[in-house]
Design a protein around this ligand. Structure first.
Ligand SMILES: NC(=O)c1ccc[n+]([C@@H]2O[C@H](COP(=O)([O-])OP(=O)(O)OC[C@H]3O[C@@H](n4cnc5c(N)ncnc54)[C@H](OP(=O)(O)O)[C@@H]3O)[C@@H](O)[C@H]2O)c1
Length: 317
């Protein structure tokens, strides 16, 4: 494993982090979730990413993670960076969604109970709230750190201008933003329009989520939709329409380039993100240990020739 410094902070993260959005809920098999987590930690992954609503049902990924932590990771808490978030709908009524101080503080209290933890390492605001003043949401993050319930704070899905304001407010409060979690992959490149430059300039880490575009940037959909894939699952967030002809064309051409690099497409897609030093860690998912084992090998080659980058650009445009 390689470890990279997160922005200007004192914290290093494993270049690959494991997310528990899919495959860790009560609808999934606990023994499979356990095997993925054990392989991750044994391979040097130190960072595990959760949110209040991961499951399904919402909350169940944190519950399962808490159970596995207690049963298999006792004694290893200080070797782990565990994150959670609040920002999407979690419970009924006006206090279980968006970005009020009431929601964030209560939600983290619930998350800590579900995971059986005293604190999380990183607590994120999961998405910008157009109605709550940014000052209130950032003050909630600062309060949570002062309460000892999180060591660091982050934001996710914030565009560059609102992220810049959030960083300024947090700095003023004395709780600098550690990290930003945007969607970023070969197929989703909005961050290149200003956010990456801002993160580099401000010394804030970057952890791209869905770096494999939920599995599209692998070889799995090249010959149809496998029965055990995210697209085929009723609760999966990837839809059949996402696997269209244009995408399959691109995937097939990218797969050919990956083969010339002696990489799987998943490995090349992750390496392509990690070539940028501003990317602290790629936040992957896995539905089986073998996928994680495959993805981990991306670290064997994260450099690209000019010619390779040019061909990739042509395919993506
Ligand atoms: N902040 C946010 O708003 C936000 C939003 C989404 C995600 N996230 C975070 O990002 C994490 C990762 O998201 P993601 O699961 O969408 O990431 P991803 O890495 O893009 O996709 C993971 C999925 O791709 C397939 N896969 C993974 N490795 C493979 C391999 N080597 N070969 C073939 N297929 C492979 C598996 O799907 P199958 O089920 O098809 O096997 C796996 O579940 C989440 O767990 C969460 O922590 C954050």
């Amino acid at each position: 494993m390689q470890y990279r410094r997160c922005g200007n902070s004192g914290i290093k993260l494993s270049a690959i982090s494991l997310g528990l959005w899919h495959n860790f809920g009560h609808v999934d098999m606990l023994e499979n979730s356990r095997a993925i987590l054990k392989l991750a930690f044994d391979s040097g992954i130190t960072h595990f990413d959760l949110a209040n609503n991961y499951g399904p049902p919402p909350g169940s990924a944190e519950e399962n993670f808490g159970k596995i932590l207690k049963e298999d990771f006792a004694g290893y808490r200080d070797e782990m960076i565990i994150s959670s978030k609040a920002g999407y709908t979690m419970w009924d009524g006006p206090y279980g969604d968006w970005g009020s101080k009431k929601y964030l503080v209560s939600s983290l209290d619930q998350s800590l109970k579900r995971m059986g933890l005293d604190y999380v390492d990183i607590f994120y605001h999961h998405r910008p709230d157009p109605d709550t003043p940014l000052e209130e949401t950032m003050a909630a993050l600062d309060l949570i750190v002062r309460q000892g319930k999180a060591l660091y704070v982050g934001i996710s899905n914030y565009g560059a201008p609102e992220a810049a304001r959030a960083f300024e407010i947090l700095k003023g409060l004395g709780t600098p933003c550690l990290i930003h979690q945007p969607k970023y992959s070969m197929f989703e490149r909005w961050v290149e329009g200003g956010l990456m430059d801002l993160l580099g300039k401000e010394g804030v880490g970057c952890i791209p989520f869905s770096p494999l575009a939920q599995g599209l940037l692998t070889n799995k959909y090249l010959h149809g939709i496998p029965a055990d894939s995210r697209v085929a699952k009723p609760h999966g967030f990837l839809q059949e329409g996402d696997v269209n002809e244009n995408r399959i064309n691109q995937i097939s051409k990218l797969n050919d380039i990956a083969l010339t690099r002696n990489q799987s497409l998943a490995q090349m897609a992750l390496a392509w993100l990690l070539k940028d030093e501003r990317v602290t860690s790629v936040l992957i998912g896995a539905s089986k240990p073998s996928q994680l084992a495959d993805s981990l090998l991306c670290l064997d080659n994260i450099s690209f020739s000019e010619a390779e980058l040019n061909v990739i650009e042509t395919i993506l445009h």
